[in-house]
Write a protein that binds this ligand. Structure first.
Ligand code: NAP
Length: 507
């Protein structure tokens, strides 16, 4: 597929012109805007669609609609919300192939990655429907303290109100729907600002929500340049919570202008794998290649550098080279066997290549790859990368295996913890005690033993520390983030619960 052709089901979300012009979902209706943004496919550099670019007046309508409809979703019986989600799940399943093909063309994903992302969205729905039944409260007896001995408390979870979800380009369907699902299941209305580079498959998802019975005004989807739309929405007083996934730079800007709103920030990382002397080197190499190259390295949980103890570093590099040959690089729309496609755009490929060249200039050895054309950056292997190279410290977000030699476990821990990021990591060893030592010492939100980090449907909590963000994302954890705790205190002293009972208790 080299152009966007949608089935009749999605006919209301775009206008047919030389390329489809996608609309935005505001107050329950799809509408176009005068300003538009071109969508250029990273696969072939062709314009495949346009999206709407909303102005302040549309943004105001979206915010007002989300605000005035928030009690409709709050007052909807939880079981009805779950049933509506189930209809969404079935409809996504029905349109899975069509959505995956659009996702491939707009994002440059391989068929396996694109279908994997849609499947993860379906599974996330299924798990969240089950987990939302856990939105219950707590009863706290007061008799632990003399101060509260005549009181009890009920701690309940309530929706925050209006959630703003802003999502990045690398998983434009999954990360976006992972904001919509918990928001709605826990009774919030939500405004979504998807990435400008590739929002099409998610816009299809939004139509599925609308057609599955989500009442008007509970989900708004606005597209437009992040800086302009983002600043308007982030600083708006009718928004109660911001759930942002994206770069550290934008995350910091959001936290500066959000004021006192609740914010959940899932930001950038520099995923570090540590390979110790006694590791199963073949397994470690295979996993480090997978962690570095999957989705052309454009994952926040990618293995972005490998710290290998020097005694085994040469052998490890040989095995990495062997496993890199297992990946097929090229145009993902030419064959479903391609496993690595382009990065999101030409500028990203150029940026990655500058980092590779900087490392080589500073003394790294280029073993494989190192070139790019348009948005296609060759899978690349750099070894003996010095710590002063940019690629040793900054997020690569490209298909590069970056190998750094370290003297021992202490050096590895020190280098890992010097990073400003603290998102993901892995350790490879066959001995439990060093594994435990590293896993305890790393200042990160997540660490995986003997496998590349991979968080699938986020059943386990996921999130970073330091410059990688604040808060935890996950099936049940996102629901917690999107609810507030309220403490209801009952004073049981005579007279405080109504009239005192003066009669006699009867059996
Ligand atoms: P990005 O440039 O930060 O953009 C993310 C989103 O923010 C986009 O929708 C963007 O809109 C919007 N945006 C831009 N400027 C904004 C502003 N001033 N206010 C509000 N929103 C604004 O990130 P990206 O390049 O799409 O994604 C890659 C980054 O995301 C990487 O750093 C990666 O590590 C991180 N990420 C983190 C996680 C995690 O769970 N920790 C998961 C996935 C990705 P436009 O597209 O219109 O610019």
């Amino acid at each position: 597929m080299n152009s966007i052709e949608l089935s009749e089901y999605f006919s209301e979300i775009y206008e047919k012109k030389d390329v489809p012009v996608f609309k935005v979902l505001i107050d329950g209706k799809w509408k176009g805007t005068e300003d538009t943004i071109d969508i250029i496919s990273p696969v072939n550099q062709k314009k495949i669609a346009k999206i709407s670019s909303v102005g302040d007046s549309d943004l105001k309508t979206a915010v007002d609609s989300a605000h005035s409809n928030k009690n409709r979703i709050r007052n909807m019986a939880a079981i009805d919300r779950i049933e509506m989600m189930n209809r969404v799940r079935l409809a996504i399943q029905e349109h899975r192939e069509e959505m995956a093909r659009v996702l491939m063309l707009e994002s440059g994903k391989s068929y396996k990655s694109a279908t994997g992302e849609i499947n993860a969205a379906i599974e996330r729905l299924r798990l969240s429907m089950a987990d939302s039944k856990k939105i219950i409260g707590e009863y706290i007896p007061g008799d632990w303290s003399s101060d509260t001995s005549k009181k009890i408390a009920l701690v309940i979870r309530e929706p925050v109100g209006v959630v703003l979800g802003i999502s990045p380009f690398n998983y434009p369907v999954y990360t976006t729907i992972a904001k919509v699902i918990p928001a709605i299941l826990s009774g919030n209305s939500i405004i979504i600002k998807p990435p400008s580079s590739n929002p099409l498959a998610f816009l299809m998802c939004a139509e599925i929500f609308r057609k599955s019975g989500l009442s008007n005004g509970i989900l708004q989807v606005v597209t437009g340049r992040g800086g302009k739309t983002g600043d308007y929405l982030v600083s708006n007083d009718k928004i109660n919570m911001i759930s942002f996934t994206g770069s550290t730079e934008v995350g910091k800007h959001i936290s500066q202008i959000a004021g006192l709103k609740k914010t959940h920030l899932e930001l950038g990382g520099k995923g570090t794998a540590i390979v110790l002397e006694d590791a199963d080197l073949d397994l470690a190499a295979k996993e480090c290649v997978r962690g570095s190259l999957e989705l052309a390295g454009q994952r926040c949980d990618a293995i972005s550098r490998v710290l290998v103890v020097e005694k085994v570093a040469d052998k490890f590099a040989e095995l990495v080279k062997k496993h890199m040959a297992d990946y097929k690089f090229g145009d993902p729309t030419s064959s479903d066997d391609i496993t690595i496609g382009p990065v999101i755009n030409k500028e990203a490929a150029e940026r990655i290549n500058r980092m590779v060249k900087d490392a080589v200039d500073k003394g790294a050895k280029l073993v494989m790859g190192g070139k790019y054309k348009d948005a296609y950056h060759d899978p690349t292997l750099l070894i003996d990368v010095p710590l002063r190279a940019e690629i040793a410290n900054e997020e690569t977000f490209g298909p590069v295996v970056t190998v750094i030699k370290v003297r021992n476990i202490e050096d590895a821990i020190m280098i890992a913890n010097e990073s400003k990021y603290g998102l993901d990591s892995a350790v490879f060893t066959q001995d439990f005690y060093p594994a435990w030592e590293v896993m305890k010492a790393l200042q990160v939100g997540n660490v995986t033993l003997n496998s590349a980090p991979s968080h699938g449907t986020s059943y386990f909590p996921f999130g970073g520390v330091k410059d990688s963000g604040a808060g935890k994302e996950g099936v049940g954890y996102s629901i917690e983030e999107m609810t507030n705790l309220k403490t209801i205190i009952l004073d049981l002293s005579p007279g405080h619960l109504g009239k005192e009972y003066t009669g006699e208790f009867k059996d």
